[in-house]
Design a protein around this ligand. Sequence first.
Ligand SMILES: [Zn+2]
Length: 90
Amino acid sequence: MDYSTKAALEIKNFHLELDTAHFKDAIEDQGNQVIVHLVQSYPLHCPRCGQLMLKNSFKLVKILGPSLHYEPTIWSIRKQKYLCKPSSYY
Ligand SMILES: [Zn+2]
């Protein structure tokens, strides 16, 4: 399995998608490192009451991803935050 296939699978497993809505080049080669702009947003059920949770803004998380082009690769992920009002669960 090559790197790009592995990265594609990891992206799929973590519900990640390239953030093409906010970035013209979602994969940004800066010369010494690659930034991959991703977004993570999917329907999530509340762990307390089981209802579908409301989507409540995003937070930005950066992690080291599988390297692309033999350069360090940072996954810059806009992660969906959720809340469930009936359970006061954030
Ligand atoms: Zn709930």
